[in-house]
Design a binder for this molecule. Structure first.
Ligand SMILES: C[S@@+](CC[C@H](N)C(=O)[O-])C[C@H]1O[C@@H](n2cnc3c(N)ncnc32)[C@H](O)[C@@H]1O
Length: 447
């Protein structure tokens, strides 16, 4: 495994490591999401290098948490008490630097040990120092031992490793590898404002290297990550951030002017806005979202992109609360799911999601599907989508729906780089053509 290139340890490494520790601890202990916690933690850095260094350390430590734990368990046979999880996470941060970052080893050890002072646990200084120095001496043998178990080697929880191996006997290893890779930054051109070629030319003017997406017609892949708000045409709504797999939804549904389209689980509006862009803002899109705070982000996106949709906060499984009894021509159900297809972007999913969550999600998805079906016109189409790779939420969910719903038939999709099964739908696996893991199944209601 190659180390992360030139992280250039910034001057105040102590602060970086302390902030990294606070972020990791919050995510692991409180179950708070990394996407909420990271920006708050990084906000205090003025220096870009220091911010990037801290961010890499946090994401990497969370990504490799199970492997680092398996290494730590060999170095410190007795697990630390719950109240000392800060020391445990600090050890993992130290191990991560030694294994995966180009930080000089002496700095990785001494700067990590120095953080102990800030935690006011002087007893832990010698312990952290001893653990990291032993690791430096016995690294190869310790890693080899840790990697004997695939769940440790690829840093996944045991239940998820087993589920992936069961669902994908030929692909489980490449899925877990892809889950640990750094995802590309993919944009979606707003074709109401500019063509993809015009946008690529615009990016060239600011020396951004970018290529057209291999399979998403409005997609552009940036070679390096950047602050997108600084890119040309952002303020004018010239593009959005959206993975290539997620960009397929609106392209599959092909929204037309005046069609009445329900986006049933809409926030933050990535697909709502794409549906509108592809219909030249002429489709009549009704965006529904259960969480009011997430709806605010949808409203901001519509505003920036200068698009019009009707939107309301409501529960998709209770149409009687929000439906005006006018049937929809098309429905997008981008269902709440395990998000196991986007682990490479959100490594904390591995530690927050449990096997029990999956059963509950499968029930919620089924109840939303059942509730929405009567709101679809005969002859209308419903696109079921998830960013999950688990068959229960995807192809098996679809199979049980068509078995219970006589008016539902499957419209086969021709989607490049997807897997198909004996059961319905198309599955993108993470990393294929650079995309996230995603599932699509298009259903049509018989007349
Ligand atoms: C996968 S995300 C949607 C992403 C969105 N379609 C996009 O492309 O930006 C699922 C969304 O469904 C919402 N949600 C969960 N349960 C819901 C329900 N019963 N009714 C409506 N929305 C729900 C979640 O809050 C979340 O915002």
């Amino acid at each position: 495994m190659s180390k992360q290139a030139a992280n250039n340890t910034p001057n105040s490494g102590l602060n970086s490591r302390f902030i990294a520790l606070k972020i990791c601890l919050t995510v692991i202990e409180s179950g708070r999401s990394l996407s909420q916690t990271l920006p708050e933690g990084l906000a205090q850095f003025q220096d870009r290098r220091e911010r990037n260094f801290t961010q890499n350390m946090v994401i990497g430590t969370l990504r490799w948490q199970a492997r680092l734990e398996a290494i730590r368990a060999q170095l410190l046979k007795k697990k630390l008490k719950e109240k000392d999880e800060d020391i445990n996470q600090l050890i993992l941060i130290g191990l991560y630097q030694i294994l995966y970052m180009e930080t000089p080893e002496h700095a990785a050890v001494s700067e990590t040990v120095a953080v102990v002072q800030k935690l006011k646990k002087p007893w832990a200084k010698a312990l952290v120092n001893g653990v990291l120095r032993t690791f430096l001496r016995e690294q190869d043998a310790i890693c080899a031992q840790a990697d004997l178990k695939p769940a440790n080697k690829y840093s996944h929880p045991q239940w998820l490793f087993k589920a992936l191996r069961k669902g994908y006997p030929n692909d489980w290893e490449s899925i877990m590898e892809a889950n640990n890779a750094i995802a590309p930054l993919t944009l979606r051109v707003n074709t109401m404002k500019q063509t993809r070629d015009e946008f690529l030319a615009l990016l060239k003017t600011v020396d951004m290297v970018a290529t057209p997406h291999p399979t998403a017609p409005q997609g552009v892949i940036l070679e390096t990550s950047t602050d997108i708000s600084q890119l040309p045409s952002y303020e004018d709504g010239g593009f959005s951030v959206q993975d290539g797999a997620a960009q397929q939804a609106a392209n599959i549904l092909k929204p037309q002017a005046n069609e009445r389209i329900l986006d049933a689980c809409a926030a933050p509006g990535g697909k709502t806005t794409h549906l509108l862009e592809l219909s030249n803002n002429q489709a009549s899109v009704f965006a529904l979202e259960k969480m009011p705070e997430r709806m605010d982000r949808l409203a901001e996106n519509l505003y920036r992109l200068e698009l019009d949709a009707e939107y309301t906060v409501g529960d998709a499984s209770c149409p009687e609360e929000w439906w005006d009894k006018q049937l929809f021509d098309k429905i997008l159900l981008d269902a709440p799911c395990s998000a196991t297809g986007i682990i490479r972007r959100h490594p904390d999913i591995k530690w927050h999601r449990t096997e029990e969550d999956i059963e509950a999600l499968v029930e919620i998805q089924a109840s939303i599907l059942k509730a929405l079906w009567p709101t679809l016109k005969p002859g209308g189409q419903l696109l079921y989508a998830t960013c999950s790779v688990l068959p229960q939420e995807n192809t098996l969910q679809m199979q049980s729906f068509i078995e219970s719903e006589a008016t539902a038939k499957i419209i086969p999709l021709d989607l490049e780089a997807t897997l198909t099964f004996d059961t319905p739908g198309n599955q993108y696996l993470p990393g294929r053509l650079g995309m996230d893991g995603f599932f699509y199944c298009l259903l049509e209601k018989s007349e």
